[in-house]
Design a protein around this ligand. Structure first.
Ligand code: WT7
Length: 649
């Protein structure tokens, strides 16, 4: 093993002890928190919802969402697992997020406050956001985009990203947002799979005072995936970019033409019409386009945000994720607007130019509810308490976390140093496929550091053995969901068989949804998520598939075969280790390691770059040729290899 491969792991045994202690550490809600909760009797509401989940969702669909035409039936399960929700209902998410608010007092309320990494400030009232969305919707229409067409969006964290999403939704187009941290091949694959004829992008994006060349990357991707006919480029950095005549148009020029009129009808959508595709990694193969639809998704995200984060009309809400992931779709763009609250968006890095940037923003904009990922908390924790302590964080009322298990130590730091022991920590477990929070406390639920606590009202989640029998308390098992919910994904874009195979075949007989995660439940029924059981690796909360990184490695001329695994890391949760078999005659030098890292960065993106690459002569495989990643992991961690009876050689 090279020195680089020396693991910096957080020994599993120690984590076990830490968690057992945390299980006994209970934080009941304060009286003050309960007194102002939106749903103070949540535990009773939840019990009722679990007795009759149809009635619960029916009531929420009427409470939070306007329908052009009412639905005839809440749930149609006649073709499971292809469930239908709010059958026959007509709606549009852009109506609920914008149109309806501008006829109320909210029209002058701030919908979005945005700060650029360079300190630039932009604000949008509901009225102004509505105008911008209508104008861009007309631009898309004039480019020939129709109901049911897909639009790929590849941008930095700018308000125009939300405007492009809402504009697509408004005219019934299906958006596919590709995270701006992805690179050439990743973008090309996603455009190709979605068959988008229109791409919306930026010239560049600001990150840590430097620019990311989004348009250059998009140009490369379009060479590999030529289906795109029109590119709309929002100018953010002003850097020099190539504009191809007849294909590429500037956002600001189009928005100044008469076609960009602020009169635009909202398309009437069926509850089950597609709303968006979001690509995510799964077991083997290329990324899957997870499909969400127009009706149930809205009901689900509005309810979960209102209940779990207890938002009020006067609140300022900051979800610090990227709009390019499901967290951003549901809880930066759509749900806050549906609820009519004021959202905040920040363009850049948390520690730029100094490690107090986020704390400074919370103080400056008086943020009330703040939601981020464990990896960010751990990263900022390393700079010490002095950074947050020089800011007035007293506006904060609730804090949240998502993306990976939060270690109790980081939880306690977040609770004490940021929340000053006043703010409940809402640890939300969910997935791209679930649309919204699934296992989460609300402010009235007693907390345990490191546990996402209990399933949301109406959600029947459990931890079971391979044969479907329930696990004993504290026994590790498969995390499953036993009944449908409105925010669930409806299919994998263009590949319904894969949808069934991926999520509904592990517990086919029972008809349960398999999450891909392992978990345990303690004796109080609290859920402790352990992590992925499949070939998905969570790096800093970002979801990556082994297959995509491996195929990037083997696309390099010197690599014959590759295998990647996730190895625990104190800061990032996991890091990527890669094993490569080189082609005959290639010399194994350090220069090649760097070159391969650069190659992965260019093909997939910076988040996918392996922390270490080891050159090997063979890879452990089963007799049927499947790489045994478990053995590679045991080797890196210096653990016992366990059962090797299926090993070919
Ligand atoms: C996977 C899904 C960013 C939105 C949700 C992520 C892990 C997510 C938690 C949590 C422990 C968590 C799971 C899950 N995960 N939230 N609170 N505690 N693990 O969506 O990118 O589709 O990833 O993230 O492993 O399966 P995603």
């Amino acid at each position: 093993m090279s020195a680089e491969l020396e693991p910096t792991v957080h020994p599993e045994a120690e984590r076990e002890v830490e968690i057992l202690a945390a299980e006994k550490e209970v934080y009941p809600p304060s009286e003050e928190v309960v007194a102002r909760a939106n749903v103070p009797n949540y535990m009773e509401v939840r019990e009722e919802a679990n007795k009759d989940f149809i009635a619960f969702w029916d009531a929420r669909a009427k409470e939070f969402i306007d329908w052009y035409e009412p639905y005839e039936k809440v749930l149609d399960d006649s073709n499971a697992p292809f469930f239908k929700w709010f059958v026959g209902g007509k709606t549009n998410i852009a109506h609920n997020a914008l149109d309806r608010h501008v006829h109320t007092w909210r029209r002058n309320k701030l919908a979005l406050i945005w700060e650029g990494e360079n300190g630039e400030l932009r604000t949008f009232s509901y009225f102004r956001l509505w105008q911008e969305v209508k104008r861009f919707a007309n631009v898309l229409r004039s480019m020939g985009v129709k109901k049911g067409d897909t639009v790929t969006i590849y941008m930095g964290r700018v308000p125009e990203l939300a405007i492009a999403m809402l504009a697509s939704a408004k005219i019934g187009a299906i958006h596919s947002v590709v995270y701006g941290g992805f690179s050439e091949q990743a973008l090309a694959d996603r455009i190709e799979d979605a068959q988008s004829r229109v791409l919306v992008t930026c010239d560049g994006a600001w990150l840590r005072g430097k620019t990311v060349n989004l348009k250059d990357i998009a140009d490369e991707a379009l060479k590999r995936s030529p289906v795109v006919e029109t590119v709309i480029v929002y100018q953010r950095t002003g850097q020099e970019v190539n504009m191809e005549q007849g294909r590429d148009y500037w956002w600001h020029e189009l928005m100044n033409l008469p076609i960009a009129s602020p009169r635009c009808e909202t398309e009437v959508m069926d509850a089950e019409d597609p709303l968006f595709i979001l690509y995510t990694s799964g077991t083997t193969g290329k990324p899957k386009g997870v499909l969400h639809t127009c009706g149930g998704y809205q009901v689900y995200i509005a309810t979960t945000l209102k209940y779990a984060f207890d938002l009020k009309d006067e609140d300022r809400w900051w979800c610090a994720a990227d709009p390019g992931w499901i967290t951003g779709h549901s809880y930066i763009v759509y749900a806050p607007l549906i609820l009519g609250v004021t959202g905040f968006m920040y363009e850049g890095a948390p520690n730029y130019p100094y490690p107090n940037r986020w704390w400074q923003l919370i103080e400056k904009y008086a943020i009330n509810v703040f939601y981020t990922a464990p990896t960010a908390i751990r990263g900022l924790m390393r700079f010490g308490e002095a950074w947050p302590n020089r800011h007035d964080l007293s506006s904060l009322r609730l804090l949240g976390t998502v993306g990976e298990p939060i270690n109790p130590e980081a939880w306690r730091w977040y609770y004490r140093v940021i929340g000053k022991e006043r703010c409940p920590i809402i640890d939300t477990w969910w997935q791209t496929e679930t649309g919204g929070f699934m296992i989460t406390p609300t402010p009235v639920v007693p907390l345990k550091p490191g546990s996402a606590t209990i399933p949301f009202a109406g959600i029947d989640a459990d931890v079971v053995r391979e044969d479907g029998t329930p696990c004993d308390p504290n026994e590790d098992g498969y995390l499953v969901v036993k009944r449908p919910w409105p925010g669930m994904a409806r299919t994998v874009w263009g590949d319904p068989d894969r949808y069934v195979a991926q999520y509904w075949s592990e517990f086919k007989a029972q008809g349960w949804y398999f999450t891909g995660d392992s978990a345990r439940k303690d004796s109080d029924g609290y859920f402790w998520i352990i992590g992925r059981m499949d070939d998905v690796i969570k790096v800093s909360g970002y979801r990556l598939g082994t297959a995509e990184i491996e195929s990037a490695l083997v696309s390099h001329k010197d690599v014959a075969e590759a295998a990647v695994i996730g190895v625990p890391d104190e800061l990032k949760g996991n890091v990527i280790y890669a094993f490569c078999i080189l082609n005959a005659g290639v010399s194994k030098d350090d220069g090649l390691v760097d070159e391969l890292k650069q190659h992965v960065r260019r093909e997939v993106g910076p988040i996918a770059v392996p922390a270490a690459i080891e050159f090997v002569d063979s890879l452990p495989k089963t007799r049927s040729g499947k790489i045994m990643r478990r053995l590679l992991k045991a080797q890196v961690l210096g653990q016992d290899a366990g059962d090797t009876s299926t090993l070919a050689d």
